[in-house]
Structures are given as structure tokens and as C-alpha cells.
Design a protein around this ligand. Structure first.
Ligand SMILES: Nc1ncnc2c1ncn2[C@@H]1O[C@H](COP(=O)(O)OP(=O)(O)O)[C@@H](O)[C@H]1O
Ligand SMILES: [Mg+2]
Length: 260
């Protein structure tokens, strides 16, 4: 890797929250071009808040966001999307009464593409998620949870993002479906899309990511090569963290609770 190449996304000392409630207390992180970066941390650590601040859904009060060489601070969400930074929020927000195809078409809203380019984007998402092609005429609301999540991701992909931010894509899905989704994430990254992945399946996320950042109480408490963080003390601490102060800290001799 050449150190001189600036990362695609550079976040420096970012502060953000909701009204007077401060959540992010100076977050810095980087996502390189074509990189797959995992963001992990317990419930309430501020992961979703960070994604919201990056996509312009909430304002930041201090710090800097540089994406593809341009400062994003204060930019409107639509403008951020236009620059190629896409956010798939928690909870699969789809147009439930519209067909799969119409949801994808709506995903192109504001993109003003030539017909051939729009068709190429449909091809691309249907290749990545063949089941969406099979079900293109089905209403989104009757799809399975996994298919709805695929559709939510596909909708963002219609914008041909340079960086895709995924907030807990596996939430509530069966293991086999989670595998399919994470395989698609790996494939996307192989095709050149950078990914910032927030994932509650921490060990799975660490298996596929290059780098991981650990967030706790709105601060990055550590980062490094994802492989090195697997099973690490840092990860254990982050999950015992603020939300589990009353829980006894297991001694090194206690048996593992559940095998992964
Ligand atoms: N819309 C909101 N308004 C006020 N506080 C919020 C809102 N969303 C989240 N929070 C608070 O911000 C903190 C971080 O939440 P969140 O970013 O959702 O964490 P994570 O995604 O890591 O679970 C929590 O204390 C949460 O209660
Ligand atoms: Mg969250």
C-alpha cells in the first residue's frame, strides 16, 4: 500500500449528537478506496449515529468529514448521495406496496441516467442478487426478511456508490441468509466498492473486513487489522462496556459461554 494515497473517506475528530445530547465525542476513522472496514461496538455505542452524521442526516458539531477529496460537513443528504456515499439504514426502509423493480427504479431517483446506464445498473444488482430478478414483479412487502434486506442494499447500489455504509444488515435474519448477504458484501468490495460495515455479528464482520474500528461511548477505543482483533481483549471489553457494567467479568478460567 502506498502511504501517500489519501483514504476515500477521512473522518477527523467528529462530534455529533441529537439536539443537546452529545453522542460522538471525537471520532476519527478512515476507509480506503476499495476497502472493507468494520465498525463494531455494543448497543448504544454510537455506530448508527456515526453513519447518520456521515450521510448528512444529522449535523456534526465539530470535526471534519472528507470524502473523495472534498469536505462533506454540512452538505445535504442528497448531495452526499450524489457524490457516491450511500447509507443503508437499519430497518429496511422500502416502498412496501411497490414491486421490487419499482423499488430499484425509485432508488435511481435524482440520478438522471441515460437509459443504457440505468439498464446496466439493474443488470448489476440482479447479478449480485438473482432472487431479486426472479421476484422483480413481487411487491416488496411480501418478500422474506432476507430478500427485503437484499432489496434495501440493491436500492443503494443503483447509485453505483463509491462507498456503501451498511447498518446491521444481518439483523433478524437466518444464518443461511446472513451468509448470502455477507458474501454479496465481499463480492461488491471485490468489484471495487468500498464498504463501511456496522455489524452485530462481530466475529463474522472481523472475518471479512480488512480493518476494524471499535466504538465505545462515542469514542474509538481501538482499531487495527480485523484479523488481529478477532477474539481480542479489546473486543471483549467493548461488549462488556457501558451497557453491561453490572455483569460479572469472567475470569480467564471460566468456560466459554457459547461457541461461535
Ligand atoms: N434519534 C435519537 N434521539 C436521541 N438520542 C438518540 C437517537 N438515536 C440514538 N440516540 C442515542 O444515541 C446513542 C447512540 O445510539 P446509536 O448510534 O443508535 O448506537 P448504536 O448504533 O451503536 O447501537 C444512544 O445513547 C442512543 O440512545
Ligand atoms: Mg445502531
Amino acid at each position: 500500500m502506498t502511504a501517500a494515497v489519501p483514504a476515500l473517506l477521512q473522518v477527523r475528530d467528529l462530534h455529533a449528537g441529537y439536539g443537546r445530547v452529545s453522542v460522538l465525542e471525537g471520532v476519527s476513522l478512515e476507509v480506503p478506496e476499495r476497502g472493507l472496514v468494520a465498525l463494531v461496538g455494543s448497543n448504544g455505542a454510537g455506530k448508527s449515529t456515526l453513519l447518520r452524521a456521515l450521510s448528512g442526516l444529522i449535523p456534526s458539531s465539530a470535526g471534519q468529514i472528507v470524502f473523495a477529496g472534498e469536505t462533506l460537513d454540512g452538505a445535504a443528504p442528497a448531495k452526499i448521495v450524489g457524490r457516491g456515499l450511500l447509507h443503508v439504514a437499519e430497518g429496511r426502509r422500502l416502498f412496501r406496496t411497490q414491486s421490487v423493480r419499482d423499488n430499484l427504479q425509485l432508488g435511481l431517483w435524482g440520478a438522471r441516467l441515460a437509459k443504457a446506464e440505468a439498464a446496466a445498473r439493474f443488470d448489476r444488482v440482479y447479478t449480485l442478487f438473482p432472487v431479486l430478478h426472479e421476484r422483480q414483479n413481487a411487491r416488496a412487502g411480501i418478500l422474506s426478511g432476507g430478500q427485503q434486506q437484499m432489496l434495501a442494499v440493491a436500492q443503494a447500489l443503483m447509485h453505483a456508490p463509491r462507498l456503501l455504509m451498511l447498518d446491521e444488515p444481518s439483523l433478524g435474519l437466518a444464518p443461511a441468509v446472513i451468509d448470502q448477504l455477507l458474501d454479496a458484501v465481499v463480492q461488491l468490495r471485490r468489484d471495487g466498492t468500498a464498504i463501511l460495515l456496522v455489524e452485530q455479528m462481530v466475529e463474522r464482520a472481523l472475518q471479512i473486513a480488512d480493518t476494524a474500528y471499535v466504538l465505545q461511548n462515542g469514542r474509538v477505543i481501538g482499531h487495527g487489522p480485523a484479523r488481529e482483533l478477532q477474539g481480542s481483549e479489546l473486543i471483549r471489553q467493548a461488549y462488556l462496556g457501558a451497557g453491561a457494567k453490572a455483569a460479572p467479568i469472567p475470569t480467564p478460567t471460566s468456560p466459554p459461554e457459547v461457541s461461535a
